[in-house]
Design a binder for this molecule. Structure first.
Ligand code: F0G
Length: 465
């Protein structure tokens, strides 16, 4: 049985590891950062990492590896065919997912490209609680459409629900009926729901989706890159799971699906990697053909032996109860403190990140002057903290008259790299928000002065209004 240890007398959540190797970063002043930001055209994606003190841009590929993983790196078997490291990764992924056919890829979107190019095409529809942007892009690139059906109210930041990442099953039934079951490419459940605020999905929801998919003979896939974090929420929030281990909860969720796509850059605690895992041999064979043509031979895909070794080890470590407790409590620590200070957040706090509602933080900045971008810039200037706007810079579109059609939310994401920052770093982030709260009214918005046609947030240039 699974026991969660409890430091009875202590309130402080300590990192359950010692730091053996460090990466120095340079402390900078507000004046220096103001200059760096100007040079980067007020787009933190254009800053160099050396100009950043606390990098909360993403939790993807930014984990610190353990001594066991680094030892595995040395042991990595780089054989082209039949690598020992591959067999180790295959065994771990099979054990976790229960799927027989495992295809190694260089990251999540490579697995997405393989499967969605096969299942997609004109006339096909994919349905998800929320497609992550690379998932949507791969589906749409194939000519198919991608429809998001999170549960009602999921996009309201102050609406509290234990499983706000759930998919709306009534809408799912209606959509399958409307589109015709044979036109559905797949139902994709993203756990946790990254674009929806890192919110978890319940086992009950997954079970219901499974039964709807089974009834209609529709493929059910899991986008499982944060499956361990999702399992933590199920253990602590869903009835009947309080005595189950995090790993067995994950295994149960996989058992409901027909396959899974994983970006190992998240919950496999590595810097690069991914895989596609499938139950059906015929589908796996077709995917394998594309894998060999575009990624690599079946026993390495897009990875080197050492990567596969580190993934195998990371996928075991991530389910350690002490690690997961520390991980989830430290995200909540940041969120709870910010919330108590009056910073408007996406609630409840998700697993890998804290999302700030920038429209409420800077109510005086109109959406066409990008309040999220303003917050991202202030956070950097004040604290050297890099975050990402998930609002109208990222998702805004223009109508035929060239007027901005804003995104549904103006969020700023503080994503927490795994095992990288300590509590004092996080306290520094909290303190920075204290300063930002003090002179909110003085902050102005931004206008875009140059932008590419697609994915403009990466390279757009801005000017203060
Ligand atoms: N699915 C989800 C839910 C993701 O969050 C990501 C990546 C991917 C798929 C694609 O994986 O990057 O390995 O190709 N999310 C990162 C982020 C980029 O910052 O949230 P990838």
């Amino acid at each position: 049985m699974h026991v969660i240890k409890n430091n009875m007398h202590h309130k402080t959540i300590i990192e359950p590891f010692r730091i053996k190797s460090i990466e120095q970063f340079k402390l900078s002043t507000i004046e220096e950062r103001t200059e760096y930001l100007k040079e980067a055209h007020y787009n933190p994606f254009l800053l160099t990492s050396d100009q950043v003190m606390i990098d909360l841009l993403t939790d993807s590929g930014t984990s610190a590896m353990s001594v066991d993983q680094w030892a595995g790196i040395i042991k990595g078997d780089e054989a082209y065919a039949g690598s020992r490291s591959w067999r180790k990764m295959q065994e771990v992924v099979q054990g976790l997912t229960g799927f027989e056919y495992i295809l190694p890829t260089h990251q999540g979107r490579a697995a997405e490209r393989i499967i969605y190019s096969l299942l997609g095409g004109k006339g096909k529809t994919f349905i998800s609680n929320t497609h992550f942007d690379t998932t949507r892009a791969n589906i749409e690139f194939s000519g198919a459409e991608a429809i998001d059906i999170p549960i009602e109210h999921a996009t309201e930041t102050d609406w509290i629900h234990p499983f706000k990442g759930n998919l709306d099953t009534e809408k799912l039934k209606a959509l399958i009926k409307d589109k015709g079951a044979s036109n559905i490419g797949a139902v994709i459940l993203t756990v946790t729901n990254n674009s929806g605020g890192g919110q978890p999905v319940s086992m009950a929801n997954a079970r219901e989706i499974r039964s709807i998919c089974k009834e209609n003979n529709v493929l059910f896939l899991l986008d499982c890159c944060r499956i361990a974090e999702n399992s933590y929420f199920i253990h602590h929030r869903e009835e009947g799971y309080e005595d189950k281990s995090y790993k067995s909860i994950a295994q149960e969720m996989f058992s409901l699906c027909d396959g899974a796509v994983m970006s190992a850059k998240k919950d496999a605690l590595v810097n690069m990697g991914g895989f596609l895992a499938l139950k059906d041999k015929a589908l796996a064979d077709e995917c394998t053909n594309i894998l060999i043509i575009t990624e690599g031979f079946t026993t390495y895909g897009g990875l080197s032996g050492r990567d596969m070794e580190a993934i195998a080890i990371g996928l075991e470590e991530v389910f350690d109860a002490d690690y997961l407790t520390y991980r989830m409590k430290s995200t909540a620590f940041l969120g709870d403190h910010l919330s108590a200070m009056g910073v408007p957040l996406m609630l409840p706090i998700g697993g890998h990140a804290v999302y700030i509602d920038a429209k409420l933080f800077y109510p005086h900045i109109p959406v066409d002057q990008y309040p999220g971008q303003a917050l991202v810039c202030e956070l950097y200037k004040e604290g050297g903290i890099r975050s990402v706007e998930i609002g109208s810079v990222m998702f805004g579109k223009y109508d035929e008259k060239g007027k901005l059609v804003p995104a549904s939310m103006e969020l700023v994401r503080l994503a927490i790299p795994r095992r990288v920052y300590t509590q004092s770093h996080i306290q520094f982030v909290i303190e920075t928000f204290g300063f930002l709260l003090e002179d909110r009214e003085a902050v102005r918005g931004y206008e875009i002065i140059q932008e590419p046609k697609f994915l403009r947030h990466f390279t757009a240039k801005f000017k203060p209004v």
